[in-house]
Design a protein around this ligand. Structure first.
Ligand SMILES: Nc1ncnc2c1ncn2[C@@H]1O[C@H](COP(=O)(O)OP(=O)(O)OP(=O)(O)O)[C@@H](O)[C@H]1O
Length: 565
C-alpha cells in the first residue's frame, strides 16, 4: 500500500475513533501516534559464575525505526537477541541499562507509556479456568479509564471479541495442559485481545505465531496489519514465517548473534542481499533463505566471490567447513557488508524529523498515568476474578471427600467419647490436638502455591500497571478464605457431634473459632513462605519444619509448667 494512502487511513481511523463511530465501538482513548526510533542500541549482561564473572554482549549497535501504521518484524535465528530487543523497545528490561538511544516521538521512555503500550509475551499467561469473555472483561474493567462506565467497559470486551473473531469460543474456558480449553490460535488471539482492549499506540508481540499452523499464523498477522492500519505501531518477533506471511510485514530487522544484518523495507530485503552477492539458487521462501543465511547455512545459496576466495585460498579450518565458508565467516561478511553498504543510508533516514507537532510529542511525557479503577474497585474486581478462577476448587469432590472421610474416621474413632473422667479428657485432648494440627498443616500447603503460581501473571499485569500491588495482595489473600472456611465448618459439624463433645452452643462455637483462627494463621504462614522463597521445593521444606516446630511447642507434648519447673 502506498505510504500516503496508508497515512490517510491512519488519520481517518483516528478521527473515527475520536468521533466514537469506529465500527460502532465504545469510545476509548484516541490513538496517540507514536514514532519509535532507536540508534546504536547495545545491551550487555553480567553472568556471575562460581569463580568468575563474565560480561556477555547480547545486542551490538542496533538501529531502526517504525512508524504508526507499520508492522516491523524482528527476525533471526534462536538466541540472536530478538526477545531482548523487543523487551528493550517495550521498556520491559530490568537490570542492566541498555546503551544507545530509544525514543518515542523523540522523547525517552516515560511511565506514562505503560498505559499506551500493549505487550504480548511469548508464553500465553492467562488464567486457565476463566472463559474468553471473562478474561477480556476483567482486563477491560481493570485497564480502561475511569471515565467509562462498567457497562461501557463490558461492551468494549465484546467489541474486541468480535474484532478478533472469538465469538464462537467466548464462553469456553482458556484451559491449560491439564484442562481442555480453547485452541492455541484462539489463546493467542485472547492474549492479543488483552492488550488491544486499551487501544494501545504501540503493540509489541513476542512470537505470536509460534506453534500455529500457517493458516492460523496468517490470520494472526492479518489481524496485526489491521491493528496497524488503525494508526498503531506494531513490532513483532517472528520465527519462521511462510512466504505469504513474510510479505505482510512493512519493515524488517534481521539479527544474527546480536548484530544487525538488515534493517529496511521487508519487500527490499531480497534485493539488498542479492546486491551483496547472496541469492537463493533454487525457488525458496524469502524468510527461509534469510534465516539459512544468518545461520551460516549456504547450501543452495550463491555467495560472493569474496567468500569463495577465502575457501580457494585454503584458510584454516575455522574459516572453512566441507569446502564452504564456515558460519562464523558468513556472519562476519554479512555484518561488514551491511555496515559498509547500507547502514549510513538508513541512519540518515532516521535523522528526518517526524511529521507531528510539538503538542503531540510532549503528550508522551507530560500526561499523568492513571489507574483504570479506584483501590476498592481494583480490590473487588480482583476478588471476584480470584473467586471465579478458583470456583472449580470449591466444588472439588476430591477435596470435599478427603476432608469428609477424615472427619468420619475421627468421628468413629472417638465415637460418643465421654469427657467426665481425667482419662477420657486425655482422649479428647488427643482429638483436639489432631484437629488443630490437621487445620494447621492443610492450609499452609495449599496457600504455599498461591504466589509462585501466579508470579508470571502478577509480573505481566503489574508491568502494564493494571492495579496496585496492595489491592492484588489483599484480594488474593481474602479470596481463598470462603473455601478455607467452608470445609472446616463441614468437618467440625461431623466430628464434633459424632465424637460427642460438649453439646452446648458456647463450646461448639469456641472450637469453631479456634479452628478458623488456626486456618487464618496457617494460611498467612503459607502465603508468606511461598512469597518469600518463590520456589515450591524450598518453600515446602521450610513450611514442614516451621509447622513441626509449632506443633511441638503447642503445649500438647510438653506442658508449659514442666518446661519452667
Ligand atoms: N539475562 C540474561 N542473562 C544471560 N544471558 C541472557 C540474558 N538475556 C538474554 N540472554 C542471552 O542472550 C541471547 C539472546 O536471547 P533472546 O532471548 O533475546 O534470543 P531470541 O532471539 O529471542 O531467541 P528465541 O528465538 O530462541 O526466543 C541468548 O543467548 C540468551 O541466552
Amino acid at each position: 500500500m502506498p505510504v500516503i494512502q496508508k497515512f490517510d487511513n491512519i488519520k481517518r481511523a483516528s478521527e473515527d475513533l475520536e468521533a466514537g463511530i469506529h465500527k460502532k465501538m465504545i469510545q476509548v482513548e484516541p490513538t496517540l501516534p507514536i514514532y519509535l526510533k532507536f540508534t546504536d542500541v547495545t545491551y550487555k549482561v553480567v553472568i556471575k559464575g562460581v569463580t568468575s564473572t563474565v560480561e556477555k554482549e547480547i545486542l551490538n549497535g542496533i538501529f531502526g525505526s517504525v512508524n504508526p501504521g507499520e508492522v516491523l518484524a524482528l527476525m533471526g535465528p534462536s538466541g540472536s537477541g530478538k526477545t531482548t530487543l523487543l523487551s528493550l523497545l517495550g521498556g520491559r528490561v530490568r537490570g542492566s541499562t541498555p546503551g544507545g538511544s530509544i525514543t518515542y516521538n523523540d522523547q525517552p521512555y516515560s511511565k506514562f507509556l505503560k498505559s499506551r503500550i500493549g505487550f504480548v509475551t511469548q508464553d500465553d499467561v492467562l488464567f486457565p479456568h476463566l472463559t474468553v469473555r471473562e478474561t477480556l472483561t476483567y482486563a477491560a474493567l481493570l485497564r480502561l479509564p475511569k471515565t467509562l462506565t462498567k457497562q461501557e467497559k463490558e461492551k468494549r470486551a465484546i467489541d474486541v471479541i468480535d474484532e478478533l473473531g472469538l465469538e464462537r469460543c467466548q464462553d469456553t474456558m482458556i484451559g491449560s495442559s491439564f484442562v481442555r480449553g480453547v485452541s492455541g490460535g484462539e489463546r493467542k488471539r485472547v492474549c492479543i485481545g488483552n492488550e488491544i482492549i486499551i487501544n494501545p499506540s504501540l503493540l509489541f508481540l513476542d512470537e505470536p505465531t509460534s506453534g500455529l499452523d500457517s493458516t492460523t499464523a496468517l490470520r494472526i498477522v492479518q489481524i496485526l496489519q489491521d491493528i496497524a492500519e488503525g494508526g498503531k505501531t506494531v513490532i513483532t518477533t517472528i520465527h519462521q514465517p511462510s512466504s505469504r506471511l513474510f510479505h505482510k510485514f512493512d519493515k524488517l530487522i534481521l539479527l544474527g548473534k546480536g548484530s544487525l544484518l538488515y534493517f529496511g523495507k521487508a519487500s527490499e530485503a531480497m534485493v539488498y542481499f542479492s546486491s551483496i552477492g547472496c541469492s537463493p539458487l533454487i525457488a525458496m521462501n524469502p524468510a527461509e533463505f534469510l534465516l539459512d543465511l544468518t545461520n551460516g547455512n549456504i547450501n543452495d545459496v550463491s555467495v560472493p566471490s569474496e567468500l569463495e576466495d577465502r575457501v580457494q585460498m585454503g584458510n584454516s579450518e575455522t574459516e572453512t567447513r566441507n569446502g564452504k565458508p564456515s558460519p562464523a565467516v558468513v556472519h562476519e561478511y554479512l555484518v561488514g557488508a551491511y555496515e559498509t553498504r547500507a547502514a549510513d543510508n538508513e541512519k540518515k533516514k532516521l535523522m528526518i524529523p517526524i511529521p507531528i507537532d510539538e503538542e503531540l510529542k510532549s503528550k508522551v511525557y507530560t500526561s499523568k498515568r492513571e489507574w483504570g479503577a479506584s483501590w476498592w474497585k481494583q480490590f473487588s474486581i480482583l476478588f471476584c476474578r480470584g473467586l471465579k478462577e478458583r470456583r472449580h476448587d470449591y466444588f472439588s469432590w476430591l477435596r470435599i471427600t478427603q476432608v469428609l472421610a477424615i472427619a468420619v474416621i475421627l468421628g468413629l474413632l472417638w465415637w460418643q467419647s465421654d469427657g467426665n473422667s481425667p482419662q477420657n479428657q486425655q482422649d479428647q485432648a488427643g482429638l483436639l490436638f489432631f484437629i488443630s494440627v490437621f487445620w494447621g498443616f492443610f492450609p499452609v500447603f495449599t496457600s504455599i502455591f498461591t504466589f509462585p503460581q501466579e508470579r508470571a501473571m502478577l509480573n505481566k499485569e503489574r508491568a502494564a500497571d493494571m492495579y496496585r500491588l496492595s489491592a492484588y495482595f489483599v484480594a488474593r489473600t481474602t479470596s481463598d478464605l470462603p473455601l478455607d472456611f467452608l470445609l472446616p465448618i463441614l468437618f467440625l459439624l461431623v466430628v464434633y457431634f459424632m465424637a460427642g463433645l460438649r453439646k452446648s452452643a458456647g463450646p461448639f462455637f469456641l472450637t469453631m473459632v479456634t479452628v478458623l483462627l488456626c486456618i487464618v494463621a496457617a494460611q498467612g504462614l503459607g502465603l508468606a513462605i511461598g512469597a518469600t522463597l518463590m520456589d515450591l521445593k524450598r518453600a515446602t521444606t521450610l513450611a514442614s519444619v516451621t509447622v513441626m516446630t509449632f506443633v511441638l511447642a503447642g503445649g500438647y507434648f510438653v506442658a508449659v509448667s514442666k518446661q519452667f519447673a
